[in-house]
Write a protein that binds this ligand. Structure first.
Ligand SMILES: Cc1ncc(COP(=O)(O)O)c(C=O)c1O
Length: 586
């Protein structure tokens, strides 16, 4: 395997000098004087009088142990799931493994609590970083040679430090038109404002980005042209979109042309299931008893291997990964991959804030994935997770199809999300009454307006969605003009229409909540951070203007997460969702 030092990688270019991107704050950071002593402390012959390190005998933990799952416990995508057994019976079938880390290992270089619970370098465990470098080189190798990795306390922490690394007060950050709101909130108090770029069913649109950047006028916009992009490319939160390779290449080229740093937040990289109703890539190998585990892992890796890092030959991509969705969010552990200069500056930021990721978390994760499972076990675990979340995606979609009387056209299943181009993806559409069966395939395309309004909105589409191919979310478009109180109105562009449309969405949200179904309202995710459409009591005084992004005020959105519930409650909940929606539009 390529270890990063092979001649092939050394032949790659080095990262360009990106120091002009550093913020004043980041440039001013100095190494923590005390942290600089830590490198000497790894030498067991040194008797240190230097640091305020507690004596490890007084750490009240002699061991840290856990019963852990077998990495093969969950069935990968496409593999028939055995008849449901009790959770505990499944555990005993597969076997639990006992892992333990002692306070003092016989070799002090081994994983031991006396070191892991002590103050350490801000970058985190060298052993885990080595494992993650091996992973990166295997799955998404950057196209430059001198990349580096630093651990963080999860993506939220990673992104916070990146905003401080790159942004000045008043800067703009490019992002998708709908995005993960906590990311926007990170920059908000620092005066950093989101600059949303139009997106469609395939994520950010390169042409829209180019238009925005080429036409940027500092004076008119009140800020310099953005030099940072925040993007979620796989199973985008909230829209579930997956950016195709042709767009990734085009956007990287634009980033190069306009000197933009791409911050790729990719928590859902492994939950990449493929088209709904079609066997996930790798299903054939998973079901072939003659296929080796290595072959299955290879096919899985090929389906995963999509990242701006792979395009990056200049060192302008910062990638944020997290164990939140693959192990547990409470671990608060993730990692940032970037050029060495940025990594060093991020280390300085950690030294004076989080200091280092939590020792017990690092011990548990290292003992599990590095020492016990190894790379093969880690890949098998991820294959099982993809299988589990893929099945949840399927339960949610099939329940929506059933509950909303949606007809699935063959064209819906024909597109290949793993192709490198943005071939059109047909949406699934629910009608107030299933009168649409007579429509030709092309008329099912959302953009074709073929539905005659009737006084009660009967026969109009009420809901449409694209079954997601990755991630944890279904993004539902709610077609409000089918609602009796908006039906037939011609003032769609007016403020009063928007107010009424927001009010209708709010009523639908409340009706769902009263039926004990909680969904995430679309206004939370609008990429300008202005939260237009929020219910009045939560409106922010200074942000009464419209988002400008919801070009069609007659379409509202809900985000439905399929990650949390098991099959029975999921099916019941979606059935209840559908009843409320249908009644609301009756
Ligand atoms: C896009 C995105 N980024 C970051 C996070 C948070 O990650 P972490 O728990 O590592 O801070 C989430 C969680 O939902 C997310 O969807």
């Amino acid at each position: 395997m390529d270890n990063g030092f092979s001649p092939r990688r050394m032949d790659l270019p080095k990262a360009l000098d990106m120091s002009h991107h550093l913020s004043t704050l980041s440039t001013s950071r100095r190494p923590s004087p005390l942290k600089s002593l830590i490198r000497y402390m790894g030498d067991s012959s040194i008797r240190s009088l230097a640091g305020g390190l507690p004596n490890s005998k007084f750490f009240p933990f002699e061991t840290l142990s856990s019963l852990t799952l077998d990495p093969a416990i969950y069935a990968p995508s496409g593999v028939p799931v055995p008849k449901p057994k009790s959770w505990i019976a499944t555990l005993f079938d597969k076997g639990l493994q006992f892992i333990e880390t002692p306070k003092y290992a016989s070799n002090p270089r081994e994983l031991q609590l006396s070191t892991a619970l002590q103050y350490g370098g801000g970058g985190g465990s060298a052993e885990l970083i080595a494992f993650l470098k091996e992973w990166t080189l295997m799955v998404i190798p950057p196209s430059y040679s001198d990349f580096d990795i630093i651990l963080n306390c999860g993506s939220t922490d990673g992104f916070h430090k990146i905003v401080e690394l790159l942004c000045e007060k008043g800067d703009g950050i490019l992002c998708e038109a709908y995005t993960y709101p906590s990311a926007l909130e990170t920059g908000w108090p620092m005066g950093v404002r989101p600059v949303p770029v139009a997106m469609d069913d395939f994520g950010m649109i390169p042409e829209a980005l180019e238009e925005l950047l080429a036409g940027w006028d500092d004076v008119k916009e009140g800020r310099r042209r953005p030099r940072v992009m925040y993007t979620i490319t796989i199973g985008q939160n909230p829209t579930g979109t997956v950016l195709p390779d042709d767009r990734r290449r085009a956007i990287y080229k634009l980033a190069s042309k306009y000197d933009i740093i791409i911050v790729e937040d990719d928590p859902y990289f492994a939950l990449n299931f493929g088209t709904y109703g079609v066997d996930a890539p790798g299903s054939e190998e998973e079901n072939d008893p003659k296929a080796s585990e290595q072959k299955r892992n290879e096919v899985f890796i090929n389906a995963l291997g999509r990242s701006y890092l792979k395009e990056d030959h200049e060192g302008r991509v910062i990638r944020i990964d997290t164990f939140s969705k693959t192990i547990a969010p409470g671990c608060r552990l993730g990692w940032t991959t970037s050029n060495a200069l940025f990594t060093e500056r991020l280390l300085r930021a950690s030294e004076t804030s989080t200091q280092q990721p939590s020792g017990p978390t690092q011990v548990l994760v290292i003992n599990l994935i590095v020492k016990t499972w190894g790379m093969g076990g880690w890949l098998r675990w991820l294959r099982g997770l993809r299988g589990e979340y893929g099945r949840r995606r399927d339960w949610m979609i099939s329940s929506l199809i059933k509950g909303l009387d949606v007809e699935v056209r063959p064209s819906q299943l024909a597109y290949n999300v793993f192709s490198s181009t943005s071939a059109p993806a047909p949406r699934l559409i629910a009608y107030a009454k299933p009168t649409a069966s007579s429509l030709a395939d092309e008329q099912w395309n959302e953009k074709v307006s073929v539905y005659n309004s009737s006084s009660k909105g009967k026969g109009k589409k009420i809901v449409s969605f694209l079954p997601p191919t990755a991630g944890m979310f279904v993004w539902i478009d709610v077609h409000l003009d089918a609602h009796p109180s908006l039906n037939g109105r011609s003032d769609v562009a007016s403020e009063s229409y928007k107010e009424d449309a927001n009010e209708v969405m709010h009523r639908l949200f409340v009706a769902l909540a009263e039926a004990k179904v909680l969904v995430a309202p679309g206004w939370m995710f609008v990429g300008d951070g202005l939260m237009a459409g929020a219910p009045k009591e939560e409106d922010m005084a200074s942000t009464s203007s419209s988002s400008g992004l919801q070009s069609d005020a007659s379409v509202g959105h809900f985000r439905l997460a399929f990650a949390t519930l098991d099959e029975k409650p999921m099916k019941e909940t979606i059935a209840a969702f559908c009843v409320v929606v249908k009644e609301f539009f009756a």
